[in-house]
Design a protein around this ligand. Structure first.
Ligand code: C2E
Ligand code: MG
Ligand code: MG
Ligand code: MG
Length: 299
């Protein structure tokens, strides 16, 4: 304890700024060069379709391998990228990398990989670019990725990030064939408002709600059931995020949730590892629900 406190209050000699501020400062500088130095990578986390037992899509999650600090998670550098505007370049890199990856997987003979859709997290600033659609079109031409194979994830925060024409941009994206997920649903404050006003295909229930699911907490079960019913009546699909244990999975199955994503099934992994995971998972006769349940509770 004392040691921990000592660490947190570590001051840089003479400057009086603490180590976190120092690190944020360094990261901000290094982030400018991270893309050209090839330090970013995309990890992928598969979702499990509980009805069919198949993997239909994966979420792309950016990682930064810093030469000095090692692997850094987006919770630390995305806020810095947003503040400095570097998020626009970074997002271009993410989109391009994901589209190239989609094409590579399409070209394989492996059934699941060749049908895989990739879901990409979007930031509010991406929508503010004037050349947003030009870039998208160029990307499609360069990489040959189909809009049908792309999903984008936006949060309530993104939606209310102060961009007046986001609504029309989302509608255009959807007309092109890209599907739209509302990420972290239930974590924010105006969930119902965003359900009414925005084009969308999928609701991702936030992990903070899923993590409260247990038979001892009937309120959280009632809430997730209600979200599933609501989504169904609006023709939307649902993904439960952050499923970490068998109890959560069983409750979700019982209340009719049809897709999950979480450490229980598979953490985010580099592309080669995902390919390996899918090849092992996709053995004939194994992709059925009984197998999945037994397989997952055994983890
Ligand atoms: P998100 O879009 O809600 O992504 C899900 C996060 O939950 C990921 O964190 C994932 O690693 C984590 N996760 C998955 N399964 C579990 C689980 O069972 N338990 C727990 N506790 N966590 C789980 P990650 O990769 O650190 O990303 C954090 C956030 O950063 C993302 O949240 C997303 O908002 C943002 N982000 C990630 N990649 C990008 C990107 O390429 N662009 C933008 N704009 N944002 C990104
Ligand atoms: Mg997401
Ligand atoms: Mg989320
Ligand atoms: Mg998020």
């Amino acid at each position: 304890r004392a040691k921990e406190q000592g660490k947190n209050s570590l001051k840089l000699y003479h400057t009086g700024i603490n180590i976190q501020t120092y690190r944020a400062f360094i990261l901000q500088n290094d982030l400018r060069k991270a893309i050209e130095r090839d330090e970013l990578s995309l990890y992928y986390q598969p979702r499990l379709n509980l009805e069919t037992g198949s993997i239909d899509s994966v979420e792309a999650l950016v990682r930064w391998n810093h030469p000095h600090w090692g692997l850094i998670l987006p919770s630390e550098f995305i806020p810095i990228a947003e503040e400095t505007g570097l998020i626009v370049n970074m997002s271009d890199w993410v989109m391009r990398t994901a589209c190239v990856q989609i094409r590579q997987w399409k070209a394989t003979k492996q059934a699941t990989l060749s049908r895989l859709r990739v879901s990409i997290n979007f930031s509010a600033q991406q929508f503010m670019q004037r050349d947003f659609f030009d870039k998208l079109e160029a990307l499609q031409q360069d990489t040959g990725a189909n809009p049908e194979d792309i999903e984008i994830e936006i949060t309530e925060y993104t939606l209310f990030g102060g961009n007046p024409d986001i609504l029309s941009k989302l509608s255009i994206l959807r007309d092109i064939g890209i599907s739209i997920s509302i990420d972290d649903f239930g974590a924010g404050y105006s969930s119902l408002n965003c359900l009414m006003n925005f084009p969308k295909d999928t609701l991702k229930i936030d992990k903070s709600i899923i993590q409260r699911l247990s038979d001892k907490s009937s309120d959280s079960i009632t809430m997730v059931s209600a979200i599933i019913t609501l989504a169904g009546s609006m023709n939307m699909s649902v993904i439960a995020e952050g499923v970490e244990n068998g109890e959560q999975l069983q409750i979700l199955q019982r209340i009719g949730c049809k897709a999950i994503q979480g450490y229980l099934f598979c953490p985010p992994v580099p592309p080669e590892e995902l390919e390996h995971f899918i090849q092992n998972y996709d053995q004939p006769d194994q992709a059925n629900q009984t197998y999945i349940a037994a397989h997952m509770t055994g983890l």
